[in-house]
Design a binder for this molecule. Sequence first.
Ligand code: NOJ
Length: 983
Amino acid sequence: MARSSRRQPSWLSLSLSILLLAVFMPAVMAVKKHDFKTCEQSGFCKRNHALADDIASKGRDASPYRLDPNTIRMKNGQVEGTILKTTSDSERIKLPLIVTFLDSGSARIQIDEEKRQRGDIELRHSSKARKERYNEAGSWALTGAGLQPQKLGKFDKGDESTTVTWGPSNQFSATITYAPFGVEFAVNNTKQVVLNERGFMNFEHWRPKIEKPVKEEGKEEETKDEPAVTGEDESTSWDESFGGNTDSKPKGPESIGMDITFPGFSYVYGLAEHASPLSLKETHGGEGNFDQPYRFYNADVFEYELDSPMTLYGSIPFMQAHNKGSTVGVFWLNAAETWVDIVKTKQDSTLGLGGHMDTQTHWVSEAGVMDIFVMLAPTPKALSKKYGELTGYTAMPQMFGIAYHQCRWNYVSDEDVKDVDRKFDKHNIPYDVIWLDLEYTDDKQYFTWDADTFPDPIGMEKQLDEHGRKLVIIIDPHIKNKAGYPIVEELKSKDLAVKNKGLNIYEGWCWPGSSHWIDCFNPAAREWWKSLFLYNKMKGVQSNVWIWNDMNEPSVFNGPEVSMPRDNIHYGNWEHRDVHNINGMTFHNATHHALISRAKGENVRPFVLTRAFFAGSQRIGAMWTGDNQASWGHLAASIPMILTQGVAGFPFAGADVGGFFGNPSKELQTRWYQAGAFYPFFRAHAHIDTRRREPYLLGAPYTEIMAQALRLRYSLLPSWYTAFREAATDGTPIVRAQYYVHPHDEYGFALDDQFYIGSTGLLVKPVTTEGDESVNIYLADDETYYDYNSFKTYRGAGKHITVAAPLEKIPLLMQGGHVFARKDRPRRSSGLMKWDPYTLVVVLGRDGEAEGELYVDDGETYEFEHGAYIHRRFKFEKGGLASQDISASWTPKDNKKKSAYLKTMESVTVEKIIIVNVPKSLESKTEVKVAGDGVKSGTTANLSYHAAGEGNAAWAVIRNPAVMIGADWRIDLEVGGDVKSEL
Ligand code: NOJ
């Protein structure tokens, strides 16, 4: 059994495994590459690449795809027509085309196959699979917003091409050429994205399998690898074997391919999830490049390797191309296995005028319709918004979701959990959530508890609740196939499981042994799933319990590529190959909805962590980067992976802090907590074979240093929450790469080891190298940056500065010009901080001004959607700091909720304002004037001034101005006009 090393060892064998693990760790820490296909081993990838090579040698005109001009018409903001593919025996295959120009400013290109739309094909092996190409990916990935067709400007149909303009001042244009078919997108006449520029378009149309003549006896036997009638290599077209499994392919070959060029762009990003750098690499070999395309086929890649285009657990086929002038995107909406090739070419060999770099990409998918979104924007931020208009924005989490999570495989009993809980308190270390992995169940049967080790789950949950803490338990999509287990009995009797190609219930192997898989494409299965989570049905669970969905790629230990056979059948008779990359999202979605409805009127935001994901999963919950290793390399790799999640619109992301496999050194674990404190999702996790490593176990000085990192995270929670709000409304990543924040500074375009937190101006560069005691941070702009604790100043546009980073220090800088909020009273959990007062940090820019935002709501319910929230802008100008309401405009009903919420928040005030980089003229000042709503006239607050030291900025503290966090107010320093900064 391929995965035997992952199965839970018996307790008796545990110590032996630990010993063996320690001895053999370096040798076993390697991905089983042979479990997963390379492009050459993936039939359609190989065929498409061969075709591309052929076209490249013959020239683009050899492309057999031509848009028939007689079919082109414009209808309701859409251009329709038929593309004709001429086959080698001169047959014309009809491929209906729809180009929609959307009100979000994006364009959508959809190409289908007429014969299959009509169901006019025959399936082999008496298959019951659906005859159409899969066309429902959009119903999972898209939200419906931003999809309305837009009014077109010009529609100009010529003899060789049709041009359409749209968007504000008709600045966007699409030129659709007929022969070969291609589309060129431009903004103000500058080419940005070109489809089929190289002629690699491919649509493997349906055709019957032509059986080869049987050779006469005695003659050499024909092999199935022999080229068939079409002259193409059909060795993998009709069936395909890999790792001992044969895919029966009842529809024959059906792949699609398209080349997409970004002229004038040398940087591309996105394509989550891969363990690769933020700036995507070329994939045609050569120094520093990959020699394989980026692959999307959600998989449980055991001990994944770094710096690799291999597939991982999730797929977001969205790519951003960026240059100083614009940011454009392509979203390839396809749920089947997909490969993306990237090549960067210098378009003019003479380096002088006109020379520029193009990024040429080539996308191929195994099945489905062709559905491509092209997005044109001026900046990465504007592009994120457009992408979010299509696929939705991050769900606003509960506050606990962004606090610290303590996990391991496994906390072995309810007493163990309670003990860990007490020890965190004893050591004054904050945490919000403790997690239970597989072993809490009775024999891996979800919705049960092991009665010996967890006799009193409710008692355990109650203890956690005393300090506002939560429990997360794992529930996976495989259901143990065991007679008498009510869940599997229901799954079977209600016919809600995934089927095999013969339409019998599919059986495979996972943690519980023989298992069946719930088919969450089926609405009835989702309804049933909901019923299992009802409080009155689910045993041992109260309202502070949330869920972790793992293994939902799906992982099947004995299946091809550790997953399900592609010819398995899902609801609607779609083959698994059609929907594979969406499968995980459907399970995550089902659990999310089950939690929303587990009690009538509960109205709280669910928390569900997922391992597998697709475009749109951001609307449901959080993800983590799977089974990493306790190595410095994995710590470093987590940063570009999480930054890429942000680019790909799914920013609620984290990596296992400490590393899943192996035992981290104390230094590595400490540095990992310091980095993890800056992950949007912050959870420590460890494999069952590792030593216990709760932060309090490490001892001095490590425990205290980790506790400091945790306290820093907790004190900055108001700012993190505000960043989540931005992601939830605009799609802006929560942690932001250098190119994202400084889109005009080319030097930063490939930087992926330092990043900004939301719009706070906080710039962090976690230490990810053993023994390092300093880091070099690149500063793009001419603002002054300040050390977070000492206010030491750094300046130098376009330069690297060196920041000391002894073990106890996280290199964290504050960029001048920002205001951000904290809560500085140390507490045991975020829930206990709810009514605590705020500290505002005002970091004056060189112009003596600063600005920032704060978003606050109840941190739990959906009431914020009806007005119950506070959204303030803090602006320091003209010598004073003012708080201004920037919440949206309200309906009268919402206004009522807003007022009621503000009332509950009246006691929550600002207790401290720290102003960094104040002028010396404040030296003698001891009081400031406070004015505003609910403030008595003549009110003052104390100010203390702290002179600048050598290399450190001067700063001032205003204590207890007592202004309400939800009210308008202004605090005047009264220094006469503008505060002119010293720096
Ligand atoms: C695989 C997950 O990636 C890991 O985090 C978890 O501990 C194991 N499954 C066991 O549930």
